[in-house]
Design a protein around this ligand. Structure first.
Ligand code: HEC
Length: 231
Protein backbone atom coordinates (compact mmCIF):
# COMPACT_ATOMS: atom_id res chain seq x y z
CA UNK A 1 0.00 0.00 0.00
CA UNK A 2 1.32 3.43 -0.99
CA UNK A 3 0.33 6.11 1.45
CA UNK A 4 1.30 9.75 1.89
CA UNK A 5 4.76 10.10 3.42
CA UNK A 6 3.57 11.86 6.56
CA UNK A 7 1.32 8.97 7.64
CA UNK A 8 3.98 6.57 8.92
CA UNK A 9 5.27 9.28 11.24
CA UNK A 10 1.80 9.72 12.69
CA UNK A 11 1.35 5.99 13.10
CA UNK A 12 4.78 5.76 14.71
CA UNK A 13 3.89 8.59 17.08
CA UNK A 14 0.67 6.82 18.01
CA UNK A 15 2.56 3.62 18.64
CA UNK A 16 4.89 5.45 21.02
CA UNK A 17 2.20 7.41 22.80
CA UNK A 18 0.06 4.34 23.30
CA UNK A 19 2.68 1.74 24.09
CA UNK A 20 2.32 2.01 27.86
CA UNK A 21 -1.34 1.04 27.69
CA UNK A 22 -1.14 -1.44 24.87
CA UNK A 23 -2.01 -4.43 27.03
CA UNK A 24 -5.37 -3.02 27.98
CA UNK A 25 -6.36 -1.01 24.94
CA UNK A 26 -8.97 -2.32 22.54
CA UNK A 27 -8.32 -2.83 18.84
CA UNK A 28 -10.43 0.11 17.86
CA UNK A 29 -9.98 2.48 20.75
CA UNK A 30 -12.18 2.59 23.85
CA UNK A 31 -14.98 5.03 24.47
CA UNK A 32 -13.78 8.51 23.70
CA UNK A 33 -10.49 7.34 22.25
CA UNK A 34 -9.69 7.38 18.57
CA UNK A 35 -6.05 6.38 18.73
CA UNK A 36 -4.99 2.78 18.54
CA UNK A 37 -1.85 1.22 19.94
CA UNK A 38 0.45 -0.12 17.29
CA UNK A 39 2.90 -2.85 18.06
CA UNK A 40 3.75 -3.91 14.55
CA UNK A 41 6.54 -1.47 13.76
CA UNK A 42 7.12 0.78 10.83
CA UNK A 43 9.43 0.33 7.88
CA UNK A 44 11.03 3.19 6.06
CA UNK A 45 14.35 3.88 4.38
CA UNK A 46 15.17 7.27 5.82
CA UNK A 47 11.74 8.70 5.16
CA UNK A 48 11.75 7.81 1.47
CA UNK A 49 9.76 4.59 1.65
CA UNK A 50 6.15 4.90 2.69
CA UNK A 51 5.45 1.20 3.14
CA UNK A 52 3.86 0.33 6.47
CA UNK A 53 4.41 -3.12 7.92
CA UNK A 54 1.42 -5.22 8.81
CA UNK A 55 -0.06 -4.41 12.18
CA UNK A 56 -2.39 -6.97 13.73
CA UNK A 57 -4.36 -6.02 16.85
CA UNK A 58 -4.63 -7.24 19.44
CA UNK A 59 -1.30 -9.09 19.26
CA UNK A 60 -2.55 -11.29 22.10
CA UNK A 61 -6.34 -11.64 22.04
CA UNK A 62 -8.65 -13.41 24.50
CA UNK A 63 -12.05 -15.01 24.10
CA UNK A 64 -13.81 -18.15 25.30
CA UNK A 65 -16.05 -21.03 24.35
CA UNK A 66 -18.96 -22.66 26.20
CA UNK A 67 -20.52 -24.73 23.42
CA UNK A 68 -23.76 -22.69 23.44
CA UNK A 69 -23.24 -18.93 23.17
CA UNK A 70 -21.44 -17.07 20.35
CA UNK A 71 -17.91 -15.97 21.24
CA UNK A 72 -16.54 -13.57 18.63
CA UNK A 73 -13.49 -11.40 18.88
CA UNK A 74 -12.62 -8.51 16.54
CA UNK A 75 -9.15 -8.46 14.98
CA UNK A 76 -7.89 -5.51 12.95
CA UNK A 77 -5.08 -5.49 10.41
CA UNK A 78 -3.47 -2.25 9.24
CA UNK A 79 -0.86 -1.74 6.55
CA UNK A 80 -2.35 -4.43 4.31
CA UNK A 81 -3.53 -4.38 0.71
CA UNK A 82 -6.74 -5.84 -0.71
CA UNK A 83 -5.07 -9.26 -0.97
CA UNK A 84 -5.11 -9.53 2.84
CA UNK A 85 -6.01 -12.87 4.38
CA UNK A 86 -6.32 -13.80 8.05
CA UNK A 87 -6.09 -17.49 8.78
CA UNK A 88 -6.17 -19.73 11.83
CA UNK A 89 -6.72 -23.40 12.66
CA UNK A 90 -10.26 -24.14 11.41
CA UNK A 91 -10.74 -26.67 14.21
CA UNK A 92 -10.68 -23.77 16.66
CA UNK A 93 -11.87 -20.67 14.82
CA UNK A 94 -14.13 -19.47 12.06
CA UNK A 95 -12.86 -16.20 10.55
CA UNK A 96 -15.13 -13.75 8.73
CA UNK A 97 -14.53 -10.33 7.22
CA UNK A 98 -16.12 -7.47 9.15
CA UNK A 99 -16.65 -3.74 9.06
CA UNK A 100 -16.08 -1.28 11.85
CA UNK A 101 -17.49 2.11 12.65
CA UNK A 102 -14.44 2.78 14.79
CA UNK A 103 -11.41 3.65 12.72
CA UNK A 104 -9.77 4.42 9.41
CA UNK A 105 -7.98 2.14 7.00
CA UNK A 106 -7.70 -1.03 9.09
CA UNK A 107 -9.32 -4.13 7.71
CA UNK A 108 -11.48 -5.97 10.22
CA UNK A 109 -12.28 -9.59 10.95
CA UNK A 110 -14.53 -11.32 13.44
CA UNK A 111 -12.99 -14.51 14.74
CA UNK A 112 -15.56 -16.93 16.18
CA UNK A 113 -14.35 -19.56 18.65
CA UNK A 114 -15.28 -23.19 17.99
CA UNK A 115 -13.25 -24.90 20.68
CA UNK A 116 -11.07 -23.92 23.67
CA UNK A 117 -7.34 -23.71 23.12
CA UNK A 118 -4.57 -21.45 21.87
CA UNK A 119 -4.52 -20.47 18.21
CA UNK A 120 -2.05 -18.59 16.04
CA UNK A 121 -3.70 -16.15 13.66
CA UNK A 122 -1.69 -15.29 10.54
CA UNK A 123 -2.25 -12.13 8.53
CA UNK A 124 -0.75 -12.23 5.03
CA UNK A 125 -0.61 -9.43 2.47
CA UNK A 126 1.84 -8.38 -0.23
CA UNK A 127 4.14 -11.24 0.71
CA UNK A 128 4.31 -10.05 4.31
CA UNK A 129 3.13 -12.07 7.26
CA UNK A 130 2.37 -11.18 10.86
CA UNK A 131 1.11 -13.50 13.58
CA UNK A 132 -1.07 -12.87 16.61
CA UNK A 133 -2.23 -15.27 19.29
CA UNK A 134 -5.78 -15.97 20.37
CA UNK A 135 -6.40 -17.67 23.72
CA UNK A 136 -9.81 -19.37 23.89
CA UNK A 137 -10.76 -20.10 27.51
CA UNK A 138 -13.03 -23.00 28.37
CA UNK A 139 -16.29 -21.85 29.96
CA UNK A 140 -19.59 -23.62 30.66
CA UNK A 141 -23.16 -22.51 29.89
CA UNK A 142 -23.80 -22.63 33.66
CA UNK A 143 -21.01 -20.08 34.19
CA UNK A 144 -22.58 -17.86 31.53
CA UNK A 145 -25.92 -18.07 33.39
CA UNK A 146 -24.27 -17.21 36.73
CA UNK A 147 -22.69 -14.22 35.00
CA UNK A 148 -25.91 -13.05 33.40
CA UNK A 149 -27.72 -13.26 36.74
CA UNK A 150 -25.03 -11.23 38.54
CA UNK A 151 -24.88 -8.76 35.65
CA UNK A 152 -28.58 -7.94 35.95
CA UNK A 153 -28.86 -8.14 39.75
CA UNK A 154 -29.44 -4.91 41.61
CA UNK A 155 -29.09 -4.76 45.38
CA UNK A 156 -26.83 -2.72 47.59
CA UNK A 157 -24.92 -1.98 44.38
CA UNK A 158 -26.41 -0.88 41.06
CA UNK A 159 -26.59 -3.65 38.46
CA UNK A 160 -23.85 -3.79 35.86
CA UNK A 161 -26.62 -3.46 33.29
CA UNK A 162 -27.85 -0.16 34.76
CA UNK A 163 -24.71 1.55 33.46
CA UNK A 164 -23.39 -0.70 30.74
CA UNK A 165 -26.60 -1.64 28.91
CA UNK A 166 -27.54 1.95 28.21
CA UNK A 167 -27.15 2.74 24.51
CA UNK A 168 -24.26 5.11 25.28
CA UNK A 169 -22.96 2.99 28.16
CA UNK A 170 -19.24 2.19 28.44
CA UNK A 171 -18.23 -0.70 26.21
CA UNK A 172 -17.19 -3.97 27.83
CA UNK A 173 -17.99 -6.18 24.86
CA UNK A 174 -15.21 -8.18 23.16
CA UNK A 175 -14.37 -4.99 21.23
CA UNK A 176 -12.77 -3.57 24.38
CA UNK A 177 -12.10 -6.83 26.28
CA UNK A 178 -10.25 -8.60 23.44
CA UNK A 179 -6.74 -7.62 24.63
CA UNK A 180 -7.57 -8.23 28.32
CA UNK A 181 -7.01 -11.63 29.93
CA UNK A 182 -9.53 -13.09 32.37
CA UNK A 183 -7.66 -12.20 35.57
CA UNK A 184 -7.22 -8.59 34.43
CA UNK A 185 -10.90 -8.38 33.50
CA UNK A 186 -11.86 -9.57 36.99
CA UNK A 187 -9.60 -6.90 38.52
CA UNK A 188 -11.31 -4.19 36.48
CA UNK A 189 -14.64 -5.33 37.94
CA UNK A 190 -13.50 -5.57 41.57
CA UNK A 191 -10.82 -2.86 41.79
CA UNK A 192 -11.70 -0.46 38.97
CA UNK A 193 -8.14 -0.58 37.69
CA UNK A 194 -7.61 -1.26 33.98
CA UNK A 195 -4.05 -2.53 33.70
CA UNK A 196 -2.45 0.31 35.61
CA UNK A 197 -5.05 2.96 34.84
CA UNK A 198 -7.84 3.51 37.38
CA UNK A 199 -11.40 4.19 36.22
CA UNK A 200 -12.09 7.62 37.64
CA UNK A 201 -15.60 8.48 36.44
CA UNK A 202 -17.23 5.97 38.83
CA UNK A 203 -16.03 4.05 41.90
CA UNK A 204 -15.77 0.78 39.99
CA UNK A 205 -15.26 -1.62 42.93
CA UNK A 206 -18.05 -4.17 42.77
CA UNK A 207 -18.63 -7.16 45.00
CA UNK A 208 -18.83 -10.58 43.39
CA UNK A 209 -18.05 -14.12 44.48
CA UNK A 210 -15.27 -15.96 42.62
CA UNK A 211 -17.94 -17.95 40.72
CA UNK A 212 -19.76 -14.76 39.79
CA UNK A 213 -16.53 -13.18 38.56
CA UNK A 214 -15.78 -16.10 36.24
CA UNK A 215 -19.43 -15.92 35.16
CA UNK A 216 -19.26 -12.20 34.44
CA UNK A 217 -16.18 -12.61 32.25
CA UNK A 218 -17.87 -15.56 30.50
CA UNK A 219 -20.98 -13.46 29.91
CA UNK A 220 -19.14 -10.34 28.70
CA UNK A 221 -17.01 -12.32 26.22
CA UNK A 222 -20.20 -13.68 24.63
CA UNK A 223 -21.69 -10.21 24.03
CA UNK A 224 -21.80 -9.03 20.41
CA UNK A 225 -18.63 -6.99 19.73
CA UNK A 226 -19.72 -3.36 19.81
CA UNK A 227 -19.30 -1.41 16.58
CA UNK A 228 -18.08 -4.40 14.53
CA UNK A 229 -20.38 -6.07 12.02
CA UNK A 230 -19.81 -9.19 9.97
CA UNK A 231 -19.73 -8.45 6.24
C1 HEC B 1 -22.12 3.14 37.96
C2 HEC B 1 -21.96 2.68 36.59
C3 HEC B 1 -21.29 1.33 36.39
C4 HEC B 1 -21.64 0.12 36.96
C5 HEC B 1 -22.78 -0.16 37.91
C6 HEC B 1 -20.72 -0.86 36.42
N1 HEC B 1 -19.83 -0.27 35.58
FE1 HEC B 1 -18.35 -1.20 34.54
N2 HEC B 1 -17.69 0.58 33.87
C7 HEC B 1 -18.27 1.80 34.12
C8 HEC B 1 -17.42 2.84 33.58
C9 HEC B 1 -17.71 4.34 33.62
C10 HEC B 1 -16.31 2.20 33.01
C11 HEC B 1 -15.07 2.83 32.40
C12 HEC B 1 -15.19 3.11 30.95
C13 HEC B 1 -13.87 3.72 30.49
O1 HEC B 1 -13.36 4.59 31.18
O2 HEC B 1 -13.35 3.28 29.47
C14 HEC B 1 -16.52 0.77 33.20
C15 HEC B 1 -15.64 -0.18 32.73
C16 HEC B 1 -15.87 -1.54 32.83
C17 HEC B 1 -15.06 -2.55 32.22
C18 HEC B 1 -13.81 -2.28 31.37
C19 HEC B 1 -14.20 -2.14 29.93
C20 HEC B 1 -13.01 -1.76 29.09
O3 HEC B 1 -12.83 -0.57 28.87
O4 HEC B 1 -12.26 -2.63 28.68
C21 HEC B 1 -15.61 -3.75 32.53
C22 HEC B 1 -15.11 -5.13 32.13
C23 HEC B 1 -16.76 -3.50 33.34
N3 HEC B 1 -16.90 -2.14 33.50
C24 HEC B 1 -17.58 -4.47 33.85
C25 HEC B 1 -18.59 -4.20 34.78
C26 HEC B 1 -19.31 -5.24 35.50
C27 HEC B 1 -19.14 -6.72 35.30
C28 HEC B 1 -20.18 -4.60 36.34
C29 HEC B 1 -21.11 -5.20 37.38
C30 HEC B 1 -20.50 -6.06 38.37
C31 HEC B 1 -20.01 -3.18 36.13
N4 HEC B 1 -19.03 -2.98 35.18
C32 HEC B 1 -20.75 -2.19 36.76
C33 HEC B 1 -19.47 2.01 34.77
C34 HEC B 1 -20.14 1.07 35.53
Amino acid sequence: MRIPSFLPAIVAALALSCSSSSTTSPPGGSSGTTSTPRDGGITGDGGVSTEVDLIVLPQAAFTGFDGVHPYKVPISVAGAASDLTLTGDAAFVDIKRATSALTGDEQWFLVAAKKAGKVTLVATSKGKKLEATLTIASYTPAQWTTGETRYKAAGAEPSCASCHSKSDGPDHSPTSLSPIDDESAKLIITTGVKGTIPITSVKHKWTATPDELVGLVTYLRALPPKGITEK
